[in-house]
Write a protein that binds this ligand. Structure first.
Ligand SMILES: *Cc1c(COP(=O)(O)O)cnc(C)c1O
Length: 385
């Protein structure tokens, strides 16, 4: 089966008793056991450990990523935390992409460092720089690519190779790509992390996360942590996410196409200083991403002429593009990373990452492209003319 068929059918069968085509929401805490000796013979006991609706989503995500087991969480951050908990202990060291989702930086600094794990935030687009940071106690490399929000591209296959040479794990946060566009396990990664809140859901309805493992032993470790810490996705969110995943490739095709047109438009606009979109030939990671992914995604950023004030005016005055902290959904959303998603990261470090005060991030939706062009064009005109 090809991707678009798998996203609809993989992992899912009609419910055996009633024939319900949609996977039901198993809204229950407990599963009645046939006898003490037959404990868990139907596979379920208590919904903190696992739940049938959640498990169907896990089967689907595992197949879509080409993994051997997936674990779904209440949020993307819960997935990252569980993966760190599974692989790191006191005294260990981890390398994390310098350009990274703000919450990932925060969990490393505020939680794991407190328990004696050390981190190096390294430009993972530079392989020799990564090599320099590998220590005897380095246990994992955590790569986000294209990274939030500058879209810096790292070489997943090359880093995976470096990891296996040094006997360390390679974790990839592939939220911006989804398995429709890129499959990190196929490129050598050990675990893929997703915030399902974003493209998998696609409708701004749920928060959720997933960790998909290359091998079953790793998957069991992650599931042990989830059961122990109690961070499982709810059955209702799993149900909604299952509905979302079925149209993932359709939405992404439109979103990527819209993003490409907008990036071209912005690159040639007199009131725009800089544009970043991996699909632009001028973008530094363009060729690398082209070699590892089947599309460039629907995230882009730009800086308007002037600076912070004009950037804020833009974000506040569009009609269709909506100022909201999410991405990957059918609506086109604007965020101002320095103030919103990346506010926790110290300003100096933020600037080093390329997250300037006037950088605006756009998550391009599925609206009619002409309406998006009109909206952005009119807003710019109103600011400068
Ligand atoms: C949103 C996001 C996360 C965190 O996911 P939540 O569901 O918000 O917890 C992690 N990584 C990336 C790249 C994200 O965009």
């Amino acid at each position: 089966m090809r991707f678009s068929t798998k996203q609809v059918h993989a992992g899912q069968e009609p419910e055996p008793i009633t024939g319900s085509l949609n996977t039901p929401i198993f809204q229950t805490t407990s599963f009645v056991q046939d006898s003490v000796d037959q404990y868990m013979n139907k596979g379920f006991s208590y919904s903190r450990s696992s739940n049938p609706t959640v498990e169907v989503l896990e089967k689907k995500l595992s197949i879509l990523e080409g993994g051997n087991g997936a674990t779904c969480f209440a949020t993307g951050m819960a997935a990252t935390q569980a993966v760190f908990n599974s692989l790191l202990k006191q005294g260990d060291h981890a390398i994390v992409s310098q350009v990274v989702y703000g919450g990932t930086y925060r969990i490393a600094k505020e939680i794991f460092e407190k328990f004696g794990v050390t981190f190096s935030f390294v430009d993972t687009s530079n392989i020799s720089l990564i090599e320099k940071h590998i220590q005897d106690n380095t246990r994992l490399i955590f790569t986000e690519s294209p990274a939030n929000p500058t879209l810096k591209v790292s070489d997943i296959a090359l880093i995976s190779e470096l990891c296996s040479k040094n006997d360390i794990y390679h974790i990839v946060d592939s939220t911006f790509m989804t398995p429709y566009l890129m499959q990190p396990i196929d490129l050598g990664a050990d675990i893929v992390i997703h915030s399902t809140t974003k493209f998998f859901d696609g409708h701004n309805a749920t928060t959720g996360g997933a960790a998909i493992c290359k091998d079953n032993t790793l998957d069991q470790k992650v599931k042990f942590i989830r059961n122990t810490s109690g961070s499982i996705m709810s059955p209702f969110n799993a149900y909604l996410t299952l509905q979302g995943v079925k149209t993932l490739s359709l939405r992404l095709d439109r979103q990527c196409a819209n993003a490409e047109v907008l990036a071209d438009y912005l690159e040639n606009h007199k009131y725009i200083e800089r544009v970043g979109y991996p699909g632009l030939k001028s973008f530094s990671g363009h060729n690398l991403l082209k070699s590892q992914a089947r599309g460039f995604g629907s995230m882009l950023w730009f800086e308007v002429r002037g600076g912070l004030e004009e950037g804020k005016q833009f974000a506040d005055n569009t009609e269709i593009c909506t100022l909201a902290e999410n991405l990957g959904s059918v609506e086109t959303l604007i965020t101002h990373p320095a103030v919103m998603t990346h506010a926790y990261i110290p300003r100096e470090l933020r600037l080093e990452m390329g997250v300037t005060d006037s950088l605006i991030r756009l998550s391009v939706g599925i609206e009619d492209i002409d309406d998006l062009l009109d909206d952005i064009g009119t807003t710019l005109k109103n600011i400068y003319e």
